[in-house]
Write a protein that binds this ligand. Structure first.
Ligand SMILES: Cc1cc2nc3c(=O)[nH]c(=O)nc-3n(C[C@H](O)[C@H](O)[C@H](O)COP(=O)(O)OP(=O)(O)OC[C@H]3O[C@@H](n4cnc5c(N)ncnc54)[C@H](O)[C@@H]3O)c2cc1C
Length: 469
């Protein structure tokens, strides 16, 4: 009798454990669940914690960072103290105008204005956590230099990821790596009830919550998805992390969420196809020029990304080189990575460089001489390039072969300025927020460089504050 009882209890325990293991019972609860630990998700998690909420931060990869960790050029801030120190005059109106020109006025204006209004506070917030964003450069499509990065031109993404992660480590946020969100559960009236996840062991379970923030990033790491949404991109390489697989699309599909601008996918003009390595726009911003295989410039190197991508594809044999010299190299730490990856041709002289990239020597020398004279005069007589930062005066000289590559998804989940997810009938879904590259509408047809990190941080913070409740 006693033996039978013990056996019965044993079987019961095994059954309960089995049920928990298979995810048939709710095993966890949090006030807020954030899906994705890039800049946006980590910003959201920190702000939700600041509100006093219990937070579970889900990350499907074994590490945090997503596409954010790859960002090099910088984050845009309007009217920062660093701009003032350098005597750069900027304004909300000028920024908004640049964003609209770049986006071909297809941007959601309310969101763009919010971005401008919140940028200074985003900078203060990041600096308070320890970020160094004191260096400023100009990127394509900007009227003034406003793209902030660490001193010495160090990559901005790793700086932001590391300070956000450090902050999270010091808070009571439950970060679950290798834990992928596979379903958002809602009740009969459509309010959020929980998230179903699958962990590294293959165990699936449900976490109960009333608030979910989707910060899964875009779909630029998935050729299947970007070609599905934009057939023209067949054969293009991507600069994106393999984590950028558009998981938000499947997560919101049953919820009748409105997706916008899904075919608007930005190509970055300067990608080295050898490793799908993005060659930062800051390299052109700091003085680099583009030449074709005739040794000639063919465009304003700082025109908007969509236009420059088209110009590159029209060059003979689609063979284009980004040329810079030692002074420019020294201004940007990111160039060391390119050299270490052996994607750079180098020579002490222009003649040697021309030989190395098989471009006519006289033509390349003439192009560089003309360009240097434009920098002297402050006017680019060929292509009206506005920022003439540095002359290509002294060697060594460097060249990287480049082509446009898939870079950024302008489309995604429609949110309002409170980061609330909007459904197909135009109503916010109770308890559902989204931010960062998983969202769409703010950047219009073509994102202005440096705006994605700002978007991720600004709307991540707003989502984390639950749309300011
Ligand atoms: C090479 C490169 C350079 C760039 N340079 C700049 C720049 O200089 N300035 C700028 O403003 N922008 C830049 N961008 C764009 C910018 O980095 C990204 O758009 C931005 O960082 C996106 O942030 P995010 O938090 O929305 O997404 P991500 O940083 O991509 O983070 C999303 C996270 O969600 C996780 N995730 C996805 N699905 C799930 C799931 N189902 N469950 C759990 N976790 C999930 C992913 O693993 C990832 O960690 C660059 C992009 C690239 C690729």
């Amino acid at each position: 009798m006693k033996k039978g009882l013990i056996l019965g209890i044993g079987i019961l325990i095994v059954l309960i454990l089995g049920l928990i293991y298979k995810g048939a019972v709710v095993t966890d609860t949090a006030d807020v669940i954030v899906i994705g630990a890039g800049a946006s998700g980590m910003s959201a998690a920190i702000e939700a914690d600041n509100l006093g909420k219990s937070v579970i931060l889900l990350e499907k990869m074994p590490y945090v960072g997503g596409n954010t960790a790859r960002a090099t050029a910088g984050i845009n801030i309007v009217g920062s103290p660093f701009q003032k120190l350098k005597g750069i005059e900027d304004s909300k109106d000028l920024f908004v105008s640049d964003v609209l020109v770049s986006g071909h006025s297809e941007n959601n204006l309310i969101m763009v204005e919010k971005l401008a209004d919140e940028s200074a506070s985003a900078l203060d917030w990041l600096i308070d956590m320890g970020a160094d964003l004191s260096d400023i450069g100009i990127l394509a499509g900007h009227s003034v230099a406003r793209t902030h990065r660490p001193s010495g031109g160090e990559p901005v993404g790793s700086e932001i990821v590391s300070i956000l992660k450090k902050t999270i480590d010091g808070l009571d946020i439950d970060l679950r790596l290798e834990t992928k969100a596979i379903e958002i559960i809602t009740d009969t009236d459509g309010s959020v009830e929980g998230v179903k996840v699958i962990d590294r062991t293959g165990r699936s379970y449900t976490i109960h919550t009333e608030n979910v923030i989707i910060a899964t990033g875009g779909f630029g790491g998935s050729p299947e998805q970007y070609v599905y949404y934009n057939q023209k991109l067949k054969g293009y390489k991507t600069t994106n992390s393999p984590s950028a697989t558009g998981d938000f699309i499947g997560l919101v599909a049953p919820l009748k969420v409105k997706l916008v601008d899904m075919s608007y996918i930005q190509t970055h003009p300067t990608v080295s196809y050898e490793y799908g390595m993005l060659i930062t726009e800051a390299l052109r911003g700091n003085g680099g020029i583009l030449v074709n295989n005739k040794g000639k410039r063919f465009a304003d190197e700082l025109e908007n990304r969509d236009l420059l991508s088209e110009d590159i594809l029209m060059q003979p044999d689609q063979e284009v080189y980004l040329v810079f010299n030692e002074a420019i190299k020294k201004s940007l730490a990111a160039t060391n990575d390119y050299i270490n990856m052996a994607i750079v041709d180098a020579s002490d002289t222009i003649e040697g460089l021309a030989e190395s990239i098989r471009v006519d020597r006289q033509s390349l020398e003439q192009t560089i001489m003309d360009y240097n004279s434009y920098v002297n005069e402050g006017v680019d007589l060929d292509f009206d390039r506005k920022s003439l930062e540095r002359k290509l005066e002294e060697g060594p000289y460097y060249a990287i072969q480049v082509l446009p590559g898939v870079h950024y998804c302008m489309g995604g989940i429609l949110i309002d300025e409170r980061a609330r997810v909007i459904d197909e009938s135009g109503q916010p879904i109770i308890g559902l927020y989204a931010s960062g590259e998983a969202t769409g509408g703010i950047h219009g047809l073509n994102r202005l460089g440096g705006n994605s990190l700002l978007d991720a941080v600004v709307f991540g913070r707003i989502a984390g504050r639950l749309g300011e409740e």
